[in-house]
Write a protein that binds this ligand. Structure first.
Ligand SMILES: [Zn+2]
Length: 65
C-alpha cells in the first residue's frame, strides 16, 4: 500500500483510493510526501496528531463511481 501524507492538513491518504474529495490538490507539492511505510504512518498518527482521511483511508477495494 502506498500512502500520501498531507503535511498541511495533517491527513494520511491511500493513494490507490484518493480522489477529488480528499482535497490534497490544494496542498503545495512540497508539503506532500509519499510513503510505503505503515510504521511511518502509525508514528505520525500516534505522535504528531495526524488523522486518516475519511474519504479514502478506509477503502479496501475500488469504489464504483
Ligand atoms: Zn483521502
Amino acid at each position: 500500500m502506498k500512502y500520501l501524507i498531507d503535511h498541511k492538513q495533517k491527513l494520511i491518504h491511500k493513494t490507490a483510493y484518493a480522489g477529488d474529495a480528499c482535497r490534497f490538490n490544494e496542498t503545495p507539492l512540497e508539503e506532500r510526501e509519499v510513503s510505503h511505510s505503515k510504521d511511518d504512518i502509525d508514528t505520525l498518527i500516534k505522535t504528531k496528531g495526524y488523522m486518516v482521511c475519511e474519504n479514502c483511508y478506509h477503502s479496501n477495494s475500488f469504489i464504483v463511481k
